[in-house]
Design a binder for this molecule. Structure first.
Ligand code: CDP
Ligand code: MG
Length: 139
C-alpha cells in the first residue's frame, strides 16, 4: 500500500518570487494537509546531507549553492498516495518540460531552479521527513 506522506521544500526561487502563499494554496487545494512546516535557511551542511544521494553528480555543487542562496519553506504533507500525487502536481525535474497547471510550470525556470522538492519514494519520504522534523513538531 502506498504511503500517505511526503516532504516538500519550497525552494529559494519560490520565496524570491514572493510566491509562498500561492504555492501553498495550490498544494492545499489538491487535498494535501500540512502536518509540519518551517521557514528557514538551509546551512551548507544541511543541504549537503539532504541531497547526499546526488553528491557525485555534476550538478551537485550548483544545487547546494542554489538551495542555500536564500530561505526556504520545509513541510510534511499528508494525503493518500502522497508521493505519487505530489510528484504529479509539481511536474518533471526540468521546469521547461512541465505541463501547464503544475507548480514547476508556474514557478520554475529550468532543471535547477525548479521551485519545489517532492520526495520520490515512500522510503525517501520517511528519511526526508525525519531529516528535518522531530515527531514533536508534527501535528
Ligand atoms: O527534484 P527531483 O527529484 O525532480 O530531481 P532530482 O533528480 O532528485 O534532482 C534533485 C535536484 O537537483 C533537482 O530538483 C534540481 O534542483 C537539481 N538538478 C540540477 O540542478 N540539474 C540536473 N541535471 C538535475 C537536477
Ligand atoms: Mg529527487
Amino acid at each position: 500500500m502506498a504511503g500517505n506522506k511526503t516532504l516538500t521544500i519550497l525552494k529559494p526561487d519560490v520565496v524570491e518570487q514572493n510566491a509562498i502563499g500561492p504555492v501553498l494554496t495550490q498544494i492545499t487545494a489538491h487535498d494535501f494537509r500540512i502536518r509540519a512546516m518551517r521557514y528557514t535557511k538551509l546551512s551548507d551542511e544541511q543541504a549537503r546531507g539532504f541531497y547526499e544521494i546526488h553528491k557525485d553528480k555534476s550538478f551537485f555543487e550548483n544545487l547546494i549553492k542554489f538551495m542555500t542562496s536564500g530561505p526556504v519553506v520545509l513541510a510534511i504533507l499528508e494525503k493518500d498516495n502522497a508521493v505519487e500525487d505530489f510528484r504529479k502536481l509539481i511536474g518533471p525535474t526540468d521546469s521547461t518540460k512541465a505541463e501547464q497547471g503544475t507548480i514547476r510550470h508556474s514557478y520554475g525556470t529550468d532543471i535547477e531552479r525548479n521551485a519545489v522538492h517532492g520526495s520520490d519514494s515512500d522510503e525517501n519520504a520517511e528519511r526526508e521527513c525525519n531529516f528535518f522534523f522531530s515527531y514533536s513538531e508534527r501535528y
